[in-house]
Each structure stands twice: as structure tokens, then as C-alpha cells.
Design a protein around this ligand. Structure first.
Ligand code: AMP
Length: 118
């Protein structure tokens, strides 16, 4: 799938629409999910134009991959301390991906249950 530079996270990266940012560095931006599914629900997105986890791992440079996942770890610690948390990345429509810019959800603050809800 070609990257759509009009997707909502691309617009957030360009500053065209606002977000509640909690962290930013040269590799990643993290912000509160607009429809939180848990008391802690933060999205972490890479600065580069990647549609999905698979696209990111296929095309990103090693420093982008390392920098992005280091940012995920920093944000989890910053927003949730040492408490337990869940990472989710929906890869493609069947998996539930609705925004075609790679992102990782950090979810915490309530019991999550095991894997899929239904
Ligand atoms: P996914 O369904 O895995 O692609 O996740 C997309 C997430 O983006 C959903 O949890 C949405 O609530 C969230 N979302 C959509 N638009 C915005 C926005 N403008 N700011 C913050 N989060 C958003």
C-alpha cells in the first residue's frame, strides 16, 4: 500500500492538526489517543512515512527502528512508571488498523484480560 500523506497522523506530524503530545525526539512523536481505551492510552508514531509495522520493518533504517522502539520504552516509563502495560500495533485493515501511518498503542491503568476481547 502506498503511503497516503493526507492521513491524520501525517497531518499531526506536520502540525496541521493539534495533538496532546507527551514526548518527541528526532525519531518519534507520542500523544494521547483521542478516544482512550484505558486510563493510559498513548500513541507513538515514527517521524518517517511508513504505513504499518511491516512497512516500517521492511524499509526503515536501523537507526530509525532502534530510535523508534527506544522512544516507545521511554514513553511507557514516562507515562506509566514501572507499572504493567500493553503494546498493540494493528497491522492492516483486518487487524483493525484505521490510520495508515505506523503506530504503537501503549495501554495501561486497568486489567486488560488476555489478548482479544471477542
Ligand atoms: P488503529 O485503529 O490501530 O489504527 O489506531 C488508530 C487510533 O488513532 C485510534 O485509537 C483512534 O482513537 C486514534 N486517533 C484517531 N484520530 C486521532 C487524533 N486526531 N488524535 C489522536 N488520536 C487519534
Amino acid at each position: 500500500m502506498a503511503y497516503d500523506s493526507d492521513n491524520i497522523f501525517a497531518k499531526i506530524l506536520r502540525g496541521e492538526i493539534p495533538c496532546k503530545a507527551v514526548y518527541e525526539d528526532s525519531y518519534a512523536l507520542a500523544f494521547h489517543d483521542i478516544a482512550p481505551a484505558a486510563p493510559v492510552h498513548v500513541l507513538v508514531i515514527p517521524k518517517g512515512a511508513f504505513t504499518s509495522f511491516a512497512d516500517f520493518m521492511a524499509r526503515a533504517a536501523a537507526d530509525e527502528v532502534q530510535g523508534f522502539f527506544a522512544a516507545v520504552a521511554k514513553v511507557a516509563a514516562q507515562e506509566n512508571g514501572t507499572a504493567d502495560f500493553r503494546l498493540i500495533s494493528n497491522n492492516g485493515a483486518e487487524a483493525g488498523q484505521t490510520v495508515p501511518h505506523f503506530h504503537v498503542h501503549i495501554l495501561a491503568g486497568k486489567p486488560m484480560g488476555h489478548l482479544l476481547a471477542d
